[in-house]
Design a protein around this ligand. Sequence first.
Ligand code: G1P
Length: 272
Amino acid sequence: MLTKCLFPAAGYGTRFLPATKAMPKEMLPIVNKPLIQYGVEEAIEAGLTDIGFVSGRGKRAIEDHFDVSYELEQQIVGTSKEHFLADIRKIISSCSFAYTRQHEMKGLGHAILTGRNLIGDNPFGVVLADDFCIAQPGILSQMVNLFVRYGCSIVAVEEVPKKDTQKYGVIDGEEIDRGVFRISGMIEKPEPEQAPSNLAIIGRYILTPDIFINLENQVPGAGGEIQLTDAISAHAKDNMVIGFKFTGRRFDCGTLNGFVEATNTVFEGMTP
Ligand code: G1P
């Protein structure tokens, strides 16, 4: 049963300083909704309502966001502004939230391993909220459908220009169905000449719990960090792992350009 979803959210968001000095980068709004809320909504749509955050120092605003604010409720109840709280109220009442802290920034793989106590022996989704996605149905829902069919770990991928491969994890594999690749290996942040393809990993994963064994044994890779890409690549040597070319549009909200582009796109969609 797939009900859990992990959100690594311990990073500093240095590219957005000074905005992220006292505020978690996950709380940056795309128009009027924090990035992290879009991610949680995508998880709920896919049926993943046990939400786990791997958070860190200075991230309390995330916990407060996904909790009832009694003062605010008191102020707003019965007024014309009450509808602004409708979405977040629904999220709070339909999910469970759990938090654990990553004490040191040792990479995405380390963050996922830190979240193990929130996941236990269950398959789980992973959302990197920086990768803001507009898709119908949501990318996680598309991946859950695939998980029902294959029952194995799945990473979302999209084609990127070859010159950009060093920004991503890149997969090697064989297309076994339309847009579905059986992964034989993956490389984190390869130079274009080393990249096995132009299929880059996007921040949506479904992982089976045996990935934790690979993560435990994973030595530091690119940038001296424990890379999730390396652990999944090791897992793919003995297990089926799928790369899935999703339908939809993704914005890299870890960069100013991507963030502004996402903001403009969402705003255009809201205005008549
Ligand atoms: C992480 C992953 C990388 C993936 C990327 C997607 O990198 O390590 O494999 O392609 O997210 O956004 P980061 O962006 O944290 O450097």
